[in-house]
Structure formats: C-alpha cells, structure tokens
Design a protein around this ligand. Structure first.
Ligand SMILES: Nc1nc2c(ncn2[C@@H]2O[C@H](COP(=O)(O)OP(=O)(O)OP(=O)(O)O)[C@@H](O)[C@H]2O)c(=O)[nH]1
Ligand SMILES: [Zn+2]
Length: 389
C-alpha cells in the first residue's frame, strides 16, 4: 500500500524486461491480423500452416494464402459447426481432430461469401453440395485457438506452407505453442496499472483498480467496496463476485439475461457486508466468446437453440472463460480466501483450481423477468447452477 492508502501501480512488463512479453506480443498481433483478413503463419515441430479466418478473409488474403501454400487449402471448422454443415456427427481420433474438422475446398468454394456461409450458422447458406471431410493438417488445434482468441468464428482456411514464402510476403508468423499457452500467460502477466476512488450511487466509498496484461489487451477491473484488503490482511474472507462483462445486460438493461440485476445486486450486498467486497469486472463478454458472437448466439436462440447449444453451434464451448484472470487479480489485491457470490459451481471449481481458497458460496439469484425465464432454467438444468429450493 502507498502511504495515502492507495495500491501501488506497477510499470508495464516490457519496461522491466518480462520474458513473457515477446510471446504475448506475437499472439496478440496474430489475432489482429486474422481479424483484418490477413493470413498468419503458424509454426510448429510438424512444419508450418498458413491460416486465414473464414469470417474476415477477402480476395487479397486468399491470394496471399495460395501463394504461400504447398497444396490446396482446406476449411478448418470446430467440430460442432462441422457436424451442422455436414448434417452428421464427426467422431475424432486425435487431439487435432477433437479441435478441428477439415473439409475439402473445391476452387469455387473459396469465394469469401461462401466461406462465411460455411463458418457462420446465422449467415445465409450458399453451399449447394456438402463438402468432403479430409485429413486434419498439423497445428489445426492452434489455428482454432487463435481464431477464438481473436473472438472470431472458429473457422479458417488453412494449408501447409513454406515459411520463407510467408516471409517474402511479410506475413506474420507465430509459434503454435505460444498460441496455446497464451490464455494462461496473459492472465499471469496482469498488473495493476491505475486506481481511483469512484463513488457509486449504491457504494459511495468504491474504488476501481484497473489491470492490464503484458500483451496490451483490454483491461480487467476490480471494484473494491469497503475495505476487503484489510479484512484479508486480518485473516478474514471478503465477499467476491466474479462478473463477466455483459454490454447488453449491464449497460442497456437487456432482459435476455440476469447480468444487470446481478451486477447492481452484488454491489448492494458488498456495501452491507462488514468484511467488504471485491467485484471483478472481467473483459470476457458472452462467457468469453465476445459481444459479436453473443449477438449471433442470440439469433440462434431466437431460432430455438438454448444458450449452451447456441455457443456450440457457433463452434465455441459452452463457457470459454479463463478464471486464472480472476485469481491473479485477487492475489494482486491480497485477497486469497474468499466467500464467492455465485450460483455457478464451475466458478467455485475454477477459482479453487487457480489457488484461491473459496471458504463459502453465497447464492445470487434474481427472479425471472418474463423474458429471461428460459435462460435461467437452462443455467440450472444444463450448467448445474445451484438455485434455492
Ligand atoms: N454466450 C452467451 N453469453 C451469455 C448469454 N447470456 C449472458 N451471457 C454472458 O454470460 C456472462 C455472465 O455470466 P455470469 O453472470 O458470470 O453468470 P454465470 O456464470 O451464469 O454464474 P453466476 O455467478 O451464478 O451468475 C456475461 O459475460 C454475459 O454476456 C448467452 O445467451 N450466450
Ligand atoms: Zn448478460
């Protein structure tokens, strides 16, 4: 603590020569390349794979990819999306096959709009015939992971490639291992970068501490209510809420979810609690799939899927969040034993696995509002949320 009671902020890691920075930098740049439709070269012991996101790639990116490719490109899809495209289950034998299914792309199917229709279940279906399933190239798992990190649909045009050719076109290359390690590396590199007192309507003494990872990505926030650090220093367990950002619910008051009432309700509970509280506001919108994909998931939910199946139909897992982010922030604040405000047993397990001692769970239930009734029921039925009898 600084003499005035504020938390010391720390210089960014590249200043201090953090060895994690180069790997984080490569992966962060690679995500941005995919997002703007530029191919990226993945390197691994098995060779190189040139990939471009089906959602964003255009004619230029496809031409660059073909220049570098050693053979005709395939389309990599997350298995759940591939099953929908092929109208049949897609069993897998290897780790790469569990992460991705490869489909042959006859020349006419590489038009950007056809690729997008294969990637996106909410897009108009343009494909006349079912594509053929082919062998999954090495590094497919990292390719799918990179698209997900970029909050893109997990669907990529991909081909084994020659590294020198990619270099000639100035295409970015990144180690597949760095991509797979990125979530944990970024989470453990989080540092406090700013702190301010921000009186809130419901909590006049609130403070906000901002955290940034060494990749320079989007910041996560901790809202401190009362004196949770003092409670922790004296051996007590403050109340903690791990809240994943929800633009629609938190800011707009969307009725589709229960996030708004849970956010305000958590602050209200913490103000009343003599131990104080920490509300972690994590930049993991849509359970980690991003706002754009959450909107796509909503479209699928309007067509009859529930919140879990909608995520899967997009090629994402049911919950893509990384609770190491929360654990790292709590440790930085000095709070390692907590009472957790949640109905979600996965949050308790996730934080415990990251070394946080969850001494108790407190329910955080709000009545359905007439629109989110099905969503809340799905959370209880399919995510195992614990609701009072
Ligand atoms: N993908 C997806 N995300 C959603 C949907 N509805 C809400 N979310 C996101 O879910 C996250 C909120 O989840 P949390 O409030 O942490 O809730 P939880 O994991 O259900 O557990 P609790 O702690 O019990 O509330 C936010 O990031 C929302 O944007 C949906 O239909 N699809
Ligand atoms: Zn929400």
């Amino acid at each position: 603590m600084m003499p005035n009671g504020s938390l010391a902020t720390e210089p960014m890691s590249d200043v201090t020569g953090d060895p994690r920075v180069p790997a984080l930098r490569h992966v962060h740049r690679a995500m941005a390349e995919l997002r703007r439709g530029t191919p990226v070269l993945l390197r691994g012991p098995e060779g190189c794979l040139i990939v471009a996101a089906a959602e964003t790639v255009g004619a230029l990116g496809l031409a660059e990819l073909s220049d570098v490719a050693r053979c005709a490109p395939v389309l990599l899809l997350a298995p759940a999306r591939a099953a929908a495209v092929l109208h049949r289950p897609v069993p897998h034998a290897t780790e790469d096959e569990a992460a991705a299914v490869a489909l042959r792309l006859p020349p006419g199917l590489t038009a950007p709009e056809v690729l997008r229709s294969l990637a996106d279940p909410t897009a108009e279906r343009l494909l006349p015939d079912l594509p053929e399933r082919v062998a999954v190239p090495p590094l497919a798992q990292a390719a799918i992971a990179l698209a997900k990190l970029g909050r893109l649909l997990p669907a990529l045009v991909a081909a084994p490639a020659i590294e020198a050719a990619a270099g000639r076109l100035s295409l970015l290359s990144v180690d597949a291992a760095e991509v797979l390690a990125y979530p944990a590396t970024a989470a453990t590199s989080l540092k406090r970068v700013a702190e301010a007192r921000v009186p809130l309507e419901d909590a006049p003494e609130a403070r906000i501490v901002a955290f940034r990872a060494a990749d320079g990505g989007i910041e996560h926030l901790a809202i401190l209510i009362g004196t949770p650090e003092k409670t922790a220093a004296e051996g007590g367990a403050p109340l903690v809420r791990v809240h994943s950002e929800c633009f629609t619910g938190d800011l707009l008051g969307s009725l589709r979810c229960d996030c708004g009432p849970q956010l305000r309700g958590a602050i209200g509970r913490m103000v009343q609690d003599p131990a104080g509280g920490v509300l972690l506001y994590l930049a993991q919108e849509g359970r980690g799939i991003g706002l754009v994909n959450k909107l796509r998931a909503y479209t699928l939910q309007d067509e009859g899927l529930d919140t879990l199946d909608a995520n899967r139909a997009l090629g994402y897992g049911a919950d893509e969040r990384n609770f190491l982010v929360a654990a790292t922030m709590l440790r930085a604040i000095g709070v390692e034993s907590i009472r957790l405000l949640t109905n979600n047993p996965d949050k308790v397990a996730g934080l415990t696995a990251c070394g946080i001692e969850v001494l108790g769970r407190e329910a955080h239930v709000f009545d359905p509002n007439g629109v989110n009734d099905g969503y809340l029921k799905t959370k209880a039925r399919r995510f195992g949320h614990l609701l009072p009898e």
